[in-house]
Design a protein around this ligand. Structure first.
Ligand SMILES: Nc1ncnc2c1ncn2[C@@H]1O[C@H](COP(=O)(O)OP(=O)(O)OP(=O)(O)O)[C@@H](O)[C@H]1O
Ligand SMILES: [Mg+2]
Length: 294
């Protein structure tokens, strides 16, 4: 495995022109409950606070909870867009610091089983936001389901969150291997969450490096750590982002550091700058897979 940054021009490496590419980051994990939603949500708020036009997509389809976590209670959601009842514009809700949120439905089986092809209805919907955002943060479900892999594959960067429990480490390694072998994703940013010290974070990253050490196709970057923080839990129970509720807390400081780091990550080679590209990429790749399989 290599530790250096690699060129990830998955769509042909055309040189950049002056159109601004949208930074798309899928936040995922092997095991559930390691803090993806809190990291995605607070990272998105931190980016918005720093002046970046940011959209947070609740892509834990079927078990969505971001609107709830922020005390926003969306009355319409992605399901209404997919059913043709309203446009994406109509379901966007404004969160802290002007962050835009795309809420999804919770407990809906249709949404939880949404295949990549069914995302087609989103193509037009996302194109309505053309030129209006700089960053898209996608909070996915955990594991290796079709929707998780589709969202990771469609994103320019994948941020894998793990804590230091053995089962989380094992599932983190399994997810990275799966995404690499079956979806040709080479580069992963690993975030150590709920660790006690900075050193614990680097130890956790080293452990994952060791476990993936013989794999030459995978490139890992350390995205840093977020400490275990009671103020984050308190913010959750108050239905607030910790970045807003306790901006000086350890987790807020760490997430602001993460946001600064994320802004230095390479933008995609191809200046898509339009979100339909994001969904089209899901559709095209899925189509190719189905053709190969049939
Ligand atoms: N840095 C942290 N310090 C303390 N508690 C945390 C931290 N990060 C997350 N938590 C807590 O861990 C729990 C799970 O967090 P969260 O819902 O963000 O995880 P998740 O990975 O999105 O879960 P799921 O897989 O169910 O979607 C929450 O109760 C949250 O308050
Ligand atoms: Mg979650």
């Amino acid at each position: 495995m290599r530790l250096t940054e690699v060129k990830l021009g998955r769509t042909g490496g055309r040189s950049s022109n002056n159109r601004t590419a949208v930074r798309t980051i899928a936040v995922t994990s092997g095991k559930g409950g390691v803090g993806k939603t809190n990291i995605a949500m607070n990272l998105a708020v931190a980016l918005a606070k720093a002046g970046h036009r940011t959209l947070l997509l609740d892509a834990d389809l079927g078990m969505a909870n971001i609107d709830e976590l922020l005390g926003l209670n969306a009355s319409v959601n992605l399901l209404d867009v997919l059913e043709g009842n309203c446009r994406l514009e109509d379901i966007l809700i404004e969160g802290p610091e002007g962050l835009l949120i795309v809420p999804a439905a919770s407990g809906n089986q249709y949404l939880s089983e949404l295949g990549a092809l069914e995302c087609g209805g989103l193509v037009h919907a996302f194109s309505e936001l053309k030129g209006r955002i700089d960053s898209l943060i996608i909070d996915t479900a955990s594991g290796v389901s079709e929707s998780v892999t589709s969202f990771c594959r469609a994103s320019s960067q994948v941020l894998v969150v793990t804590d230091s429990e053995p089962a989380s480490i094992r599932d983190c390694v399994a997810q990275i291997r799966h995404l690499n072998k079956t979806n040709a994703i080479a580069h992963f940013h690993v975030l150590a969450n709920m660790v006690l010290t900075a050193r614990d974070g680097t130890e956790l990253f080293k452990r994952i490096l060791e476990l993936l050490g013989d794999d030459q196709d995978i490139v890992l970057s350390y995205a840093g750590f977020v400490p275990r923080d009671d103020l984050l839990r308190k913010a959750v129970s108050r239905r607030k982002a910790v970045i807003c509720a306790s901006p000086q807390s350890g987790s807020s400081v760490a997430i602001n550091n993460l946001a600064r780091r994320v802004l230095r990550w390479r933008r995609p080679d191809v200046p898509h700058g339009q979100l339909e590209f994001f969904v089209e990429r899901i559709l095209q790749q899925n189509h190719v897979e189905r053709e190969v399989l049939s």
